[in-house]
Design a protein around this ligand. Structure first.
Ligand SMILES: C[S@@+](CC[C@H](N)C(=O)[O-])C[C@H]1O[C@@H](n2cnc3c(N)ncnc32)[C@H](O)[C@@H]1O
Length: 289
């Protein structure tokens, strides 16, 4: 299937949405690796090409995104931002090529981890870990969860859901996919990126509906961070992490989101929010009762 023009992520690569998404993604995967020594399965549901040539980008989106982050980086910038910039510069120190989530994830993985990727249109993803499994398919098909969450493997699953949201249906489908994954594995860590678009009917209620569903289904808890940088159009975006580590809000913390929102601001006023809600850990006596 040839890739439709509107699905070319190059137009947006390195923009403010990619910055927020990739800062949270890197930190979240690293945290999961720290906790799961026996290995994780990292799944990228919307992999994209994996590497973007910014010299071919005509929108200039990256200049208001990753380029600003790099220009404003100093010793006072938060650690999660430093890690992100290091990863970008490790891919290409001159930043002509911007790495997508497959490469940013692959760089973190160890021997004992596995990388699984899906894209409906992309045939060749750059920067995969050796032996990665790649599936060219529609991730919203009902049977996709069997590939995303293999139930014959004990390793912890970490899944990025990052659809293009060009079609309004993607909002609905991404929620259904999140729910299907949690029904199969309520401990699975899911990262869901979503755009905040002016006047969209999903602008205010979407994240809440995901969190309400996940609060019932997820075993550990939920983290959410969003920020806005523009008065109009694509105003900003958010990341929801279902089943984060216990103190993920101290890793990508308020200082980090505040720093990003101030650095990436284009028009209007910068606005952001961060919250983490965890299910109470049962005490030993409660478990035994
Ligand atoms: C926003 S881009 C992904 C960017 C990538 N995750 C990153 O952070 O570098 C969205 C990708 O989703 C793919 N896509 C669109 N609809 C899809 C579907 N139903 N199933 C799987 N992939 C799909 C597109 O081909 C495109 O490459």
């Amino acid at each position: 299937m040839s890739k439709p023009e509107e699905y070319q992520h190059l137009k947006h690569a390195g923009n403010h949405c990619d910055v927020l998404k990739h800062v949270v993604f890197r930190a979240c995967v690293q945290e999961q690796l720290n906790v799961h020594e026996n290995g994780i399965i990292l799944v990228d549901c919307h992999a994209g090409e994996g590497l973007y040539d910014l010299s071919k980008q005509t929108s200039g989106d990256f200049e208001r995104g990753v380029a600003r982050v790099v220009q404003n980086l100093d010793q006072t910038a938060p650690p999660a931002v430093h890690d992100y910039v290091n990863a970008i510069q490790e891919a290409d120190e001159y930043m002509q090529f911007y790495p997508g989530s497959p490469m940013l994830g692959a760089k973190l993985l160890r021997e004992q981890d596995e990388h699984r990727l899906v894209d409906l249109y992309v045939e060749d993803v750059e920067g995969l870990k050796d032996g990665a499994l790649f599936w060219q398919a529609d991730v919203f098909e009902a049977d996709a969860v069997e590939f995303l969450v293999p139930n014959d493997d004990d390793r912890h699953k970490v899944i990025l859901i990052d659809p293009p949201y060009l079609d309004q249906e993607d909002f609905y489908r991404a929620k259904v996919l999140t729910e299907r994954i949690l029904d199969r594995d309520p401990y699975c860590t899911i990262l869901l990126w979503y755009p905040m678009i002016q006047k969209s009917r999903w602008r205010y209620g979407y994240a809440k509906s995901i969190k309400d569903m996940a609060k019932k289904k997820a075993k550990l808890g939920i983290y959410q961070a969003w920020l806005t940088v523009d008065k109009e159009g694509l105003q900003g975006s958010g990341m929801i992490v279902v089943n984060p580590t216990q103190r993920f809000d101290e890793i990508v913390d308020e200082d980090t989101i505040d720093w990003l929102s101030a650095t990436l601001l284009n028009s209007g006023r910068s606005d952001y929010s961060l919250e983490q809600w965890m299910k109470k850990k049962k005490t030993k006596t409660e478990t035994e009762a």
